[in-house]
Design a protein. Sequence first.
Length: 524
Amino acid sequence: MSQQTILQPLDYAVILLYLISLIAIGFFISLHKRQSQDLFLAGRQLGWFSIGLSIWGTNISPSMMLASCSIAYTTGMVASTFSWFAWYCLLLLGMVFLPYYLRTRISTMPEFLEKRFDSRCRRFLSFYVLLSTLVLWLGTTLYVSGLLLSQLIAMPLWLAMLLLLIVATSFTVAGGLAAVVYTDSFQAILMIGMSITLTVIVFTKIGGIAPLIQSTPKEYWSLFKPVDDPAFPWPALVFGYPVIGVWFWCTDQTIVQRALGARNLQQGQLGTLFPAFIKVVEPFIFFLPGILCFVLHPDLGNPDLAYTKLVTTYLPVGLVGLVVAVLIAALISTLDSGLNSFSTVFTLDVYRIWWNPGAAQAKTRLVGRLATLLAAAITFFCAWGLSAVGKDLFNLFQSIIAFFAPPLTAVFLVGMLWKKATARAAFVTLVVGCPVSVTFGLGHILNWPANFAWPHYLLVSLYLFLFLALLMIALSLFKPEKPAFAGKPPTFSGISKKQNPSLGIWIAWAVLAMIMAAIYLIFS
């Protein structure tokens, strides 16, 4: 099938209508959000529904949607663990981390480390966040998504990337976090609705649950693989995933910034609970289609084509255009979130700390918007550079992520849960942990030394985390010191009665835990 036959005039009309609607929503919000604080945290007036949809939409990217279908085509539902395990990390964010993030009135993760420890930790994390945002959130996402879009609508790769980047940047510059969150919410609803539609249509072609189970290998429905499984051994998932999960869901600026914009703690906690419930459904609309494609097209040469095969084979004209719009929605949701996070950290943690501490709100707002434009420009050239080495680099980079997590997970967890953790110990852990983790990561990915049998990368990430956490604890005990800021340190042991969540929120988390337990019992 040629690229020119995938989309029909009606499909292009649907895509155009979507883009017009998205830009209209973004600029409508932008006209009502003009203050500096609005640019970064939406005036701290966000409600739980918008927070939850934005967190979920930020996590979903076109590459994730396509990769989920591809992985399920070859291995079944086991990779769903990466979605289903996210609930307890979101629980930690809402019930452990968020009360202290909001109590200290921080705007960025580096700012929290300064209040918990000292300015050295803030400086270290500031540049780490800027670098990781440019490469992890922006460059790779723009390249992979631009490549997909250029193939679907037959346009040059550079033009596809440029157009997508312009749309994402436009209302991010104008409206800041408020515009990002509300457009993310619109896009999340669209992604959920379209994914459900695709799954239902393809599922009806098979004829029901019984034919589906009979047509697939038994191991496709197992969530716990043997210890010697090369792809997903159960110890790696059970014990290694939390290291990545805590870093991503509880300490990453792009994710946490949505909750920081909550109008109060209860709205923020409900905002983390909401995407946790959506995660229950996520594998059935992102991973299950891959298994359905395996049943209907078992001889598909390239599993990466599973998602496209379903769309072009079973969806009518018009809905194909809507799927493309969904992919654009997922891309823009990730891009605008990354751009806003870069702008926030650069402006509040670099510009106002090092260059102009007394900057007026108008100047701060201007710098924030200029930082967004700067990030967009760097992102384009970063993505263009990635295109010179091919799409495989993105998949390689995903595996490297596990080796960025251990230092930050160790510092945030120990610092949050143990009030005796010291600033010196935190800084040493960051400085030592970063190069050590990256070195191990390079050795694992490059398979060097060749005669060494590397454990699964999630297990290596776990071992690094345990080493760094013990190092931080040992250094804190060896040379105790007083907290580096006035008042109680923001640790779990210092929670105030006013911050105790309502009984209803705890009941909702308990219900979610029982749902997840039931899912794993059924699949076991």
